[in-house]
Design a binder for this molecule. Sequence first.
Ligand code: URA
Length: 352
Amino acid sequence: DILDESVSTDPGVIVPNRQPRITNVNYKLAIIGEAPGADEVHQGIPFVGFSGQQLDRFLSRFGVLRDACFIGNICQHRPIANRIAAFDWTGPEIQQGLLRLASDLDKFQPNCVLLLGGSALHAFKDPTTIPRKKRTPDGMTFVYSSSISDWRGSFFRSSMAAPKPEVKCIASYHPAACLRQYEWTPLLMLDIKRAFDAARSPEIVHPLRTLLVGLSFEETVHELDKLIGTRLPIGTDIEGYWNCISCISFAPAPNYSFIVPFTKLNGESYWSLDEEVIILRKVSQILGDPHLPKIWQNGLYDRFCLQYGLRMITRCSTEDIMLKHWELYCELPKSLATQASIYTDEPFWKYE
Ligand code: URA
């Protein structure tokens, strides 16, 4: 497909977006890719080549009818060697493609748009930014402001300037990228499932959480005291190193957590010496309680830092979400960001 230059890259040939042929279903899902390849030009239908077949396999796995989905691209012209950056972002191929997509999506009125790959993500999330081009060993690529690996799996509303403004979107890796980078495949499948479930209604339901930061000494003591003597599991996590633990967080419930800082960003202690002694004793009491279950994210590291650095012994470590996640999907990244993108509806937060 990539090397097949025999099929036209004639600037006049376009592969139109496809409206669903089946409409009596309870979901409205639009699937948007980048640009057609040789097979698509040959048949005049988007997503019918290798990546289209891969996409079809995943859709059918979750019971999504391809013919009930809108299938389109941000650009309807085939770029040379299938490199979208062979075109200029501000050039006619992409800009007219976005206009066509806008008018086609306006007819369809999706509840959810599944954006496959960085170009589709850019067109819906940051359409007013013109991406610069970068030369790579594989050819020209665009450098997008939002990275697909950060944003995949998060629900967000598209920009006012997107082909469909303020619509619920979720991005994922492009099936063609998954064919090259096989370990991304489970993420694409999980994202397709999420998009399908989300396509039943236009709303985005983000979890409501109370995340307490910047508490005073009295408030911190109050929160810690509430945990002392309890028996319900708490999530906990440290930041920093054995010789400088900057903070520890406690989550006594999925929607409630607070942070206990130890150092400021410049490394100075956050508290006066007397306050720090009181806080450290309470933290130590909670961590050392043999009847208070702790849930860690890579607790082996945290518990080493706490014990070696602060001489705090942890008891009753019952669960480790990093290890549990690793058992389920050993080929996927083990970061909290990846886990959150799979197991929760929390949007990507790492830049906040
Ligand atoms: N890749 C895309 O992004 N779109 C297609 O239509 C086919 C392959």
